[in-house]
Every structure is written in structure tokens, then in C-alpha cells.
Design a protein around this ligand. Structure first.
Ligand code: 5GP
Ligand code: ZN
Length: 116
């Protein structure tokens, strides 16, 4: 399922270029165009899901696949041992700007807490 007006569906279909670093049958991951850390990768499902609020029970495998990909990417990027952060923003109060869910994987620097 894709949404023709969705930027990240365009990356899934290959119509929009991205620096893809990881993919499997359920997810694709690419470097953020405006990185907030030395490593900043976005992991997205191939299926269009607008926000976490739209995640359905049938999307259980996809939700898991996003995190398993983050684990593999952290290792691939060499940030697994030092540590890294995964973030998924939902709707405006959290700062979501692209309405196709994406797991941010951030690492390569010290992270502050609480997040802004
Ligand atoms: P959000 O604010 O929705 O949690 O995160 C959206 C992210 O997508 C931002 O970090 C932003 O820099 C990134 N982004 C927006 N447009 C593009 C794009 O065309 N290509 C890539 N690679 N990243 C994008
Ligand atoms: Zn989409």
C-alpha cells in the first residue's frame, strides 16, 4: 500500500532519491537529509502508515521489523556498543513532519535527556 502524495512512499518506490543503507522485505532505511547526529538514519516500513496512531494489530510484524532493523543498523554503523537512540515522533506536539512512520536512529555523539 502506498500513498502517491507521500514523500517516503516515493523513496520506497524509487521515484525519490535517498541514501539507502539497509533494506529487507518489510523496511527500508536511509540517511536523514538534515542529520542531527553523526549517524542519523530513518527506518521506514514499505507499507504506508501515517502515524503510530494508525498502527494496526496486523502491523505487529512491521513494528518489530523497524526495531530489528535499528539493531542491525546500529551495528553496521558502529554505534551499537557506545550507544544510540531510537525515536518515533507522533503528530504535531512531538514534531512529526513526515506522515509515514519512521524510526529515527541517532548516534555518534552524547545524547541529552530529557529530549527537547
Ligand atoms: P519527523 O520530524 O517527521 O520525526 O522526521 C522527519 C525527518 O525526515 C526529518 O529528520 C527530516 O530531516 C527528514 N527528511 C525530510 N525530507 C527528507 C527527504 O527528502 N530525504 C531524507 N533522506 N530525509 C528527509
Ligand atoms: Zn507513505
Amino acid at each position: 500500500m502506498t500513498d502517491t502524495d507521500c514523500l517516503f512512499c516515493g523513496i520506497v518506490s524509487g521515484e525519490i532519491n535517498a541514501d539507502v543503507i539497509y533494506e529487507n522485505d518489510q523496511v527500508i532505511a536511509f540517511r536523514d537529509i538534515n542529520p542531527q547526529a553523526p549517524t542519523h538514519v530513518l527506518v521506514i516500513p514499505r507499507k504506508h502508515i501515517a502515524t503510530v496512531n494508525e498502527l494496526a494489530d496486523v502491523d505487529r510484524d512491521i513494528a518489530g521489523a523497524l526495531h530489528l532493523a535499528a539493531r542491525d543498523i546500529a551495528k553496521q554503523e558502529g554505534i551499537a556498543e557506545d550507544g544510540f537512540r531510537t525515536v518515533m515522533n507522533c503528530n504535531s506536539a512531538a514534531g512529526q513532519t513526515v506522515f509515514h512512520i519512521h524510526l529515527h536512529v541517532l548516534g555518534g555523539r552524547e545524547m541529552g535527556w530529557p529530549p527537547g
